[in-house]
Design a binder for this molecule. Sequence first.
Ligand code: AMP
Length: 214
Amino acid sequence: MKIIMLGAPGAGKGTQAKQIAGKYNIPHISTGDIFRANIKNGTDLGKKAKEYMDQGLLVPDELTCDLVMDRISHDDCKNGFVLDGFPRTIPQAEALDEALKKIGQSMDFAINVDVPDSHIVNRMSGRRACLGCGATYHVVAIPPKKEGICDICGSELVLRDDDKPETVQKRLDVYHEQTQPLIEYYDKQGILKTVDGTMQMEDVFASIAKILGA
Ligand code: AMP
């Protein structure tokens, strides 16, 4: 099963993507996580990506597409994958379709986790990320067992630079301008499914599982 998660930054698509990956035993591929790992490891890609990420801008398509195409060609993706944060532009979606077409495949579902902007700004200010393993929490919705400490690896939890309020508004503007057109793109392909992302996390997941035919 090949799934794309769509939704504004902070809509909860990452949390849902991880659950889908676990339930269907397919890899969770998050371009944001890949960029953050590169930043942490000080790679050239990480240095270039950081310049854009810190401003709430998208990393250019030419830096993003090849890395995803390479990742989905790995053996562990042969039964499917869940893409989280990719595609984010129409050219990225076209590049993905093109790459899959070459191997006689296509995406199965594009799941749009729909949340109004007003909810997003509140949510993002409570988000915390682990400096060690990248796990994400929310001070109210998904608190760690011990405040400020990651349950998984024990590292410190921080508010990511790109989750700071001034950057969040910029990311939302970028989302509406560059990513929202993908909703129509996948609707035209007949694979778009929209879920109400303002519900409790478990209810959002139940709606998604129903769509995927759990
Ligand atoms: P995320 O963790 O998915 O919210 O991504 C964090 C940041 O990484 C975004 O605000 C972008 O700067 C960058 N990024 C992640 N995925 C993409 C993508 N598909 N295209 C361009 N930039 C991306």
